[in-house]
Design a protein around this ligand. Structure first.
Ligand code: MF3
Ligand code: CO
Length: 252
């Protein structure tokens, strides 16, 4: 069942998403060679608590940390650890917050120091594909219109979209209906109504789309070992397209 949120509920989802936004901004300044993921996880947890929120991922299906930190060929769900960040790598940071009974969820992939042209391209295309998907989260469109637009854009650059993981409805639960794939044909799935809140999150692989899960049960990696990027926003569907709730902007 797909929930349509009242203005009051959207404001709660925006509040949790604002804390996620602040957390990602704070972490962005810390990203440099030598820093450790477990340190960033601690910083994130402190900030989230100081804003009256709870880290949404910690304890979710037994997940051990507040952030997901995924390097290079790791697609998503990397567990923060004591490995030092290395110049030239890319790192995906995913953060979720629960406050007032509502969730917010957002992710970005960052360069660590100087990165190759190819990696820059991967980050740019993945981020832009998120914004292209968000534009399609418009009243009267169907959920697959989002994925179709994302896939069409990404494949135009010769990259591939991950199919085994999807975006999701968000609100009282971290993951709600509908699923939001980053691929597909247009015009399928549920119709989007104003007030539907979604986490749109393209995962884009430099090479082939296939992935596997590491023996730790969490970390998802590309099968071909090539890099992958991930950007995510929490949005609300409007007649103008998706309005981003996880960018720190209040615009009604
Ligand atoms: N942003 C991811 C998602 O929406 C993070 C989930 S990590 C988990 O699925 F630990 F909470 F599972
Ligand atoms: Co998500």
């Amino acid at each position: 069942m797909v929930h349509i949120r009242s203005q009051r509920e959207v404001d709660f989802i925006r509040e949790s998403s604002r804390i996620v936004f602040n957390t990602l901004n704070m972490l962005e300044k810390e990203i440099k060679p030598g820093v450790k993921g477990e340190y960033l996880d601690q910083l994130a947890e402190e900030l989230i608590h100081s804003e009256g929120g709870e880290p949404a991922f910690k304890g979710y299906m037994g997940y051990p940390s507040s952030l997901c930190i995924s390097f290079n060929h790791e697609v998503v769900h990397g567990i923060p650890n004591s490995c030092e960040f290395r110049e030239g790598d890319i790192v995906g940071i995913d953060c979720g917050v629960l406050k007032n009974g509502y969730y917010g969820d957002s992710a970005r992939t960052y360069p660590i120091g100087d990165i190759s042209k190819d990696l820059k391209r991967l980050l740019e295309v993945t981020e832009e594909s998120l914004y292209i998907g968000i534009k399609k989260a418009k009243t009267g469109n169907r959920v697959s219109d989002i994925g179709y637009a994302v896939q069409d854009f990404v494949e135009g650059y010769g990259f591939s979209v991950v199919r085994d993981l999807v975006g999701h409805g968000i609100g009282r639960q971290l993951h709600e209906d509908p699923q939001v794939p980053n691929y597909g044909e247009p015009g399928n799935g549920v119709e989007l109504h104003a007030g539907v809140c979604l986490a749109i999150e393209p995962m884009v692989n430099f090479g082939r789309e296939e992935i596997f899960t590491k023996p730790n049960g969490w970390t998802i990696c590309t099968k071909d070992g090539k890099p992958s990027a991930h950007f995510e926003h929490t949005i609300v569907v409007t007649s103008q397209g998706g309005k981003i709730l996880s960018n720190g902007v209040y615009d009604g």
